[in-house]
Design a protein around this ligand. Structure first.
Ligand code: GLC
Length: 627
């Protein structure tokens, strides 16, 4: 490995890198520290042909060039084009061109990335702090650089095989009856199903580690009954603990000093779903262990998987800031506001959530470390704590993340929308997440916010069939989005069955990628250096065997595909192979019906298929045929 490590100041130990490196004696001149401003500036030249890959969970294309981004784990439910930060902070990128070099900035606070936006021929990075480790990785091409980077950050989390089955979620299935109705819907339609998710309403008043007894009278027995059928219930656990006298989890946390403090030394408080909450200090080993061990109350009831949420952390409001806003608008009570007064009054309220002043008032490690400076570690350290307590082979994935958390769980990409553009966003994020070690990944298939059409959900599934996490999830108030909820469900059955046929292949591939620090999803430009491959932004390579080119536009029955080499075009539908044809290198137009899953098998490669089943417990992974 050819890796240089530069240290500026005294960085906080993020545990992102697990190998020790000698520190270079001098920092290169493209890194400038401004102690007065409290910032580090990095400036890198870009050749006109250079491509920028990476940054993990981010908006934009596969090539990150020409945009601005921010690393700051953000609870932002509207992933519109101009957004600069989502839930993860993944500070690794590669400049690929005449020379190809990778950079990892190990810094737990905010970073601003101008990737050739203000000046086309320059990357300008601003780090909001003066302590950071910077790794520069030179290697023979993108794949080698990624492998070296993944080697230094440690082996990726690997979920159990049933977590590769089709999963159904919604905010919310609030009680047993509703869950039974969902499972019946799948059974009647003959559509495979492996899990059903419990969103916040399964709890008693959204309090972590409680169960609403009315909704689930004998939870343990119910979990066992479903498991008999091969279906697992996956509860959500949120980062904050309801501040409530007498609530045992709160009382234990408060008594043992497990919560983050405010600047005055009291437990820091802000509102999330349950109302005012305290926030376990996941940066403290004992608090982390305590919180992780709480999950055992649920695993003892037979639960085998969890999704952990709101861990950026999301703060709806703090009482202090809310009061400030109220006092501010009171001043104008009865007045005719001019436009600026109106906007500022309105903004006082819209800016309450996830406010930096609250993050600056939140303290870790007994008041010694300001949350704002280490913001991006919160979800990561929560994931670590939970993983370390859970039995082996438990499914775990998180919303917030920082490089390092890939060793402890997967991630889902948060509150997307039922928009066609979000199918493409989903596709584009897959390789950049893999670059940062996240292998068990997926988006809310069908979209979380807004209403999905039948066509959108089916087309989205034709992509999600290939993502390790294949979960249909939707928000409160949206139309039913289950695969049986759109009238004729035969098309859904056929598409989802293809997933089950691919499970032995997908599972082994993810395992191989975890063991060898490789990527499952690769941009075409990682393997082929012709212009069309380098610019391709809507197709991906999977492993060494497959290329996918899903349809992501409405009212299309086909699309144009670029083949960088000869490949076999295959379409599967249920147990049938509906199409198989060798296509030459070049541009082709392919037709894809709504009930087919299209993909391309690379030259001299084969993909194993088993027979479909109603869930993974019933899946015979013997190879039925090769395609
Ligand atoms: C957050 C999560 C979403 C969940 C909702 C309610 O918005 O991202 O997946 O359904 O909270 O818990």
């Amino acid at each position: 490995m050819n890796i240089q490590k530069f240290r500026i100041g005294k960085p906080f130990n993020t545990e992102a890198v697990i190998l020790d490196f000698p520190i270079e004696s001098a920092v290169p001149e493209y890194i400038r520290v401004d102690n007065e401003e409290g910032k580090i500036y990095i400036s890198l030249p870009l050749d006109s042909q250079d491509i920028i890959y990476g940054l993990g969970e981010q908006m934009g294309g596969i090539n990150k060039r020409g945009r601005k981004y921010r690393s700051f784990c953000s609870d932002d439910p509207y992933h519109t084009e101009e957004k600069e930060a989502l839930y993860g902070a993944h500070n690794f990128f590669i400049i690929s061109g005449k020379t190809t070099v990778g950079y990892f900035i190990d810094f737990p606070g905010q970073i601003h990335w101008d990737m050739g936006f203000m000046e086309e021929d320059k990357i300008s990075i601003t780090i909001d702090g003066t302590n950071a480790d910077i790794y520069v990785i030179s290697g023979n091409g993108e794949n080698e650089i990624v492998k070296d980077f993944r080697t230094i950050i440690g082996t990726s989390y690997m979920p159990p095989m049933w977590a590769f089955g089709y999963q159904q979620s919604r905010w919310s299935y609030p009680d047993k009856n509703e869950i039974n109705r969902i499972i019946e819907g799948y059974e009647k339609a003959g559509i495979p199903l492996d899990t059903v998710y419990l969103d916040i309403d399964y709890m008693d008043n959204f309090k972590d580690f409680t169960i609403n007894q009315k909704a689930f009278p004998d939870f343990e027995k119910y979990v066992a009954e479903l498991k008999e059928k091969g279906i697992r219930l996956i509860p959500i656990i949120d980062a904050g603990i309801k501040w409530e006298k007498g609530f045992d989890v709160y009382e234990e946390g408060a008594k043992n000093n497990y919560f983050c403090k405010d600047r005055k030394g009291n437990d820091f408080k802000a509102a999330v779903w349950p109302g005012i909450c305290c926030f376990p200090d996941y940066l403290k080993a004992d608090a982390r262990r305590w919180f992780g061990d709480k999950f055992l109350t649920l695993t003892k009831k037979g639960i085998q998987g969890f999704w952990i949420d709101m861990n950026e952390p999301a703060l709806f409001y703090s009482k202090e800031k809310y009061q400030e806003a109220v006092d501010y608008v009171k001043e104008y009570s009865g007045e005719d506001l001019n436009c600026w007064e109106f906007f500022s009054s309105r903004d006082k309220f819209t800016q309450l959530s996830n406010n930096n002043e609250d993050y600056k008032n939140m303290m870790h490690l007994d008041g010694t470390v300001c949350h704002y400076d280490v913001h991006n570690l919160y979800g990561y350290m929560m994931t670590k704590g939970v993983c370390e307590s859970l039995p082996k082979d438990t499914l775990l994935f998180s919303r917030a993340s920082y490089i390092g958390s890939h060793r402890y769980g997967g991630i889902w990409t948060g509150d997307n929308a039922s928009w066609w553009s979000h199918i493409l966003l989903n596709l584009r994020m897959l390789p950049s997440l893999n670059m940062c070690g996240y292998l068990y990944i997926g988006a809310d298939c069908g979209g979380f916010n807004n209403n999905a059409s039948r066509e959108l959900l089916l087309r989205w599934m034709q992509l999600s069939v290939f993502t390790p996490l294949f979960r249909n999830h939707s928000a409160l108030g949206t139309r039913s989005q289950e695969a049986f909820a759109f009238g004729n469900s035969e098309d859904f059955k056929k598409v989802i069955e293809v997933r089950y046929r691919l499970i032995p292949y997908l599972y082994s591939l993810v395992k191989k990628c975890a063991e060898n620090n490789e990527m499952m999803f690769k941009p075409l430009g990682f393997e082929f250096k012709d212009k069309l491959s380098l610019e391709c932004d809507d197709q991906l390579l999977i492993g060494d065997e497959i290329m996918i080119a899903p349809i992501y536009q409405q009212n299309k029955t086909g699309r144009t595909v670029y083949l960088p080499e000869e490949m076999t075009f295959v379409k599967l539908s249920g147990s049938d192979v509906t199409h198989k044809e060798t296509l030459k290198k070049g541009i082709h137009y392919i037709d894809v019906a709504i009930d087919e899953v299209p993909f391309f098998v690379r030259k001299d490669k084969k993909v194993p298929l088993c027979n479909p089943a109603k869930n993974v417990d019933n899946l015979d992974i013997t190879i039925a045929e090769y395609i």
